[in-house]
Design a protein around this ligand. Structure first.
Ligand code: LLP
Length: 426
């Protein structure tokens, strides 16, 4: 379900034609539908009513302040993976006590900032991190609320670059070694052992890997309980996928996912923490781009856009498929021809789609990449001297620029030339 649709022959976000936003802010730009974000957040959180569950949106998916503020208003917490994301979440109005902090390489500065802010939970991923956190918390005279992230070694059928729950991944503590670390955690100063966390990967469209991971986690919780280590929280990470292609399976229904969590943990009296990202934001956003040229090559034709992999890296990085929609609805009988859709970046991998069947699209026309609300703008870079693109939030018939395009002067201002270079004689 999303709120992007053709109306009177033009692709709209809610009540706003994308052509109107393009005229106002220029291209490329990201556009988000607030109704879609709200819908997904509500459906997901309502599926867990009665389970003492806490939804912490994964900020890495979409860290735009307005998007976070919208989710904060609905009661969302945040899952953050850096001091920067923690600050973004707090600045957007998500209280520290609803923030959990994950990631394998949290630095001293990040951990002490998290403790000082009073965040809800730090998901510790290794023994060295646990010992470091213990030392920092003790020296600050405080207690760190900790969950240990375990690696349940389940295979999730997803792209190898986004699977995280296998033994060979860098994430989490091997589930067989976990009990020893839980015992250690109980003895260390400054550590308040609250729970256990997992995250098995992303873009998972089948519930079976979750069922397996949850069963292993349940066993672990019970085994620890038998030794007198009572965990009050179980953090299940994110990972629910969304369809990118019309032939993809649909997302696992939140109700069915919630039935799994109830089955695994319903009788344990624990608080659940959920960290969905893509499921909330994925189809709530599009990247809109303009066709610069149509180039007829020797063996194939190219639709050359004004956006590149620096704006949306998923196709180049993961061979990900994104639907490409002409913003002006083509005639139903328009012929569809295979064409390579590419960006302007000077690298052969700057290809959004190979031999995509598209109707004729002329230079100057707009196209929209669907399902770009998650892992889109957040993964952008300024490669090739290109500014980060603006982000626009639509609500009904209004739209607001919620991140503006930087000026060339702003982009240049961070860099300096040392004096010895400015004046070769000195
Ligand atoms: N929690 C943790 C600890 C995570 O590492 C992640 C994502 C999430 C939650 C949110 O997962 P989601 O519900 O969105 O699947 N850039 C890749 C995806 C990387 C996912 C990393 N971790 C992509 O564009 O597909």
């Amino acid at each position: 379900m999303d709120h992007f649709a053709y109306k009177s022959g033009v692709l709209h976000a809610e009540e706003v034609p994308l052509t109107r936003i393009a005229e106002s802010v220029g291209t490329p730009f990201y556009v988000y539908s607030s109704a879609t974000l709200e819908h997904h957040y509500r459906v997901f959180s309502e599926a867990f009513v009665g389970q003492n569950a806490h939804v912490c949106f994964a900020v890495k998916t979409n860290g735009n302040k307005a998007v976070l503020a919208l989710l904060a208003r609905l009661g969302a917490g945040a899952d953050v993976v850096s001091g920067g994301e923690m600050r973004q979440a707090i600045a957007a109005g998500i209280p520290a006590k609803r923030i959990v902090f994950s990631g394998v390489g949290k630095t001293r500065d990040e951990l002490t900032a998290a403790l000082a802010a009073g965040i809800a939970q730090i998901n510790v991923e290794s023994e060295p991190e646990l010992r470091a956190l213990s030392e920092f918390a003790a020296s600050m005279g405080t207690l760190a609320p900790v969950a240990l992230r375990v690696n349940p070694d389940v295979a999730a059928d997803t792209h190898e670059k986004i699977t995280t729950g296998r033994k060979e991944n860098k994430f989490g503590i091997d589930i067989d070694q976990a009990p020893a670390l839980f015992r250690l955690a109980r003895t260390l100063p400054g550590i308040d052992l609250k729970g256990v966390a997992v995250h098995i990967g992303s873009q998972i469209l089948d519930l079976e890997p979750f069922r397996q991971a949850f069963a292993r986690l349940r066993e672990l919780v019970l085994a620890l309980r038998a030794e007198g280590i009572n965990l009050e929280r179980v953090d299940l990470g994110g990972g629910l996928g969304v369809p990118y292609h019309r032939d993809d399976p649909t997302s696992p229904p939140p109700d069915a996912y919630a039935a799994l969590t109830r089955e695994a943990f319903g009788d344990l009296g624990v608080r659940l923490i959920l960290e969905p990202g893509r499921l909330i934001a994925g189809n709530a956003g599009m990247l809109v781009s303009r066709v610069v040229y149509v180039k007829e090559g020797a063996s194939r034709n190219f639709l050359i856009l004004d956006s590149g992999f620096n704006d949306l890296i998923r196709p180049a990085f993961y061979e990900a498929f994104h639907e490409i929609l002409p913003v002006n609805l083509p005639a139903p009988d328009a012929p569809r021809e295979p064409i390579d859709v590419v960006g302007p970046i000077c690298e052969s991998s700057d290809i959004f789609a190979r031999q995509r069947l598209l109707p004729p699209i002329a230079p100057g026309e707009l196209v929209a990449f669907a399902t770009a609300g998650a892992y889109g703008a957040v993964m952008a870079s300024t490669y090739n001297g290109r500014p980060l693109v603006p982000e626009v939030l639509v609500r009904g018939a209004r739209f607001d620029v919620v991140r503006r395009r930087p000026t060339p002067a702003e982009m240049a201002a961070l860099e300096t030339v040392p004096d010895w270079l400015k004046n070769p004689a000195s």
